[in-house]
Write a protein that binds this ligand. Sequence first.
Ligand code: C2E
Ligand code: CA
Ligand code: CA
Length: 585
Amino acid sequence: MSDWAAQAAGDLFQSAPCGYLITKDDTTITAVNDTFLVWSGHAREQLIGRKLTALLPADDRALYITYCQPLLAMTGAVNEIALDILNYSGEQRAALLTANRSHGTTTGEPVVRVVILGSYEQQFHERALLAAGRAAATSPTGRADAETRLTHLAQHDPMTGLLNRVGLTALLHRLFLTPPIDRSRPALLFVDIDHFSSINNCLGHSAGDELIVVVAQRLRAALRHLSTLARPSGDEFVIVENVTDTAELIVLAERLLERVHVPVSIDGVDVMPSVSIGLAVAGPADTVNELFRNAETAMHRAKSAGRNTWQLHDPLTLDPTVDRLRIIDELREGIGRGELQVHYQPRVDVATGRVHGAEALVRWQHPIRGLLTPDAFIDIAEKSGLIHELGARVLDDAIAQVTSWNRARANCPPLEIAVNLSARQLADPTMVDVVVDALSRHDLEPWLLTLEITETALMINPDEALRALTALRALGVVLAIDDFGTGYSSLTYLKRFPVQELKIDRSFVAGLGIDTGDTAIVASCIQLAHAVGIRAVAEGVETVAQQQALVALHCDLAQGYFLGRPVPPERFPVTGPTGVPGPAA
Ligand code: C2E
Ligand code: CA
Ligand code: CA
């Protein structure tokens, strides 16, 4: 890192409007900034040498140890975890914790950098106090400058001087709130450096830092003066543009690829940097999060396509042979004609191997195109509003089906049924009535119904989601977070929302037993669920080895092709065992 960057980082550490701590791997605190001292009331000498975990109440300490520490060790980062921190008088203060782990430049020992954000009001108050304290020694203009500098530091990355994630998010929200003056729409280019971790591992972290700075400079030089370039994290950059046509974006992406892909000497080694770029244009109903996610997904497609290339996310043109408006009409008619069917995938008790219940997965028996899976039409149903009718039908069918199975099972424990809810359904104020109606029509006990909501759906509007979930929970139904681990602030949501089930995303289950990172993540998710007293469900189990690993990890439920594919109701194994081994005999 250059001198100015080191100086800026030092400034940021002491005066940033958020608490900073540096700890060792075992959480022993080695440095702390003034803001944290003001916020917590602790004196510096009380904190240095003490463990960060000693500042957490018992349940948060357990969460830090079972979730944050393994994740830091495996991935080097945890983001925005909601925790309480004990202040000097032992009171709990709500905070958001973000941490990064890397190897210190001087010692080579791992260093964990922890950022603590207090709640908004607290922060505002304390920033004012801090500024007032400093102001005693400075002129009024000096104070204004200091405030501007603090804001600047909080929103910028000290290494490249670019906007950081906080700054980028603030900018995007402002952009989405501003009505367009022409036909242009916000668009993102999500840029990720190829093979960055190999360079970091082979040449060291300072070489990695240098490469980031070089790529940042090259990207900047290839952009128009007014374009925004941000570095939300690690080796990722985001460019914000306003475009009227996707062709403009593609031209820009091509230019960026060309400018970055020029040799550079780093630490005496010739490196040929390249990047993968995901492009996404905001649809009329898209939120900031959706746009961000679409661009990121497209970037991953560019990686899969061989790197040093771009991919465009555009649901309208994903399948150019299909006219979207026609599909909406067809779907509306299809729902009316009863072309939607529900298939059921067994959810199996990991310890015993018995079928515990089923997840309802919708299918569309299209008169010409055959049996379609949800990827082909859920997005269209959501955007057109047909999701409400579709969702209500799936819910009704699934509840009717499980009630009829349970009647046939008489003396066995009743099967449970899990149904997916989309973000739009969650935002619908009549959703609670739809669920109440369906339960009472078929006389199903509410605890036999699980509603699965993806982590991303919860993030679109967390306050609204919390209200909806609280109302649904009051009915006695079980709530599950689906695709857990794929969103940004998993633990925050788990603590905040009244959920009783955590479904570990199948992308992590895929690496179970093969990839140490995935294995550690699955293990921590299970421990985390158990630490907060809820059940863990693994999805996408495809091999006996994965199933055995889940038995050893004491996962509660599992589903996947190995245990049973989604099937029409008449082929569902209602009474028989799945034939799946439970714990080794
Ligand atoms: P999901 O909730 O994550 O559902 C699991 C998906 O993984 C299903 O895909 C299932 O067929 C697939 N799957 C199950 N086991 C395995 C496995 O071992 N390996 C692999 N590779 N895949 C497996 P499907 O049925 O295509 O559903 C896709 C998504 O569509 C679902 O993801 C869910 O988010 C959504 N969806 C399905 N039915 C409904 C519905 O009735 N309403 C709403 N709103 N969304 C639905
Ligand atoms: Ca699901
Ligand atoms: Ca899932």
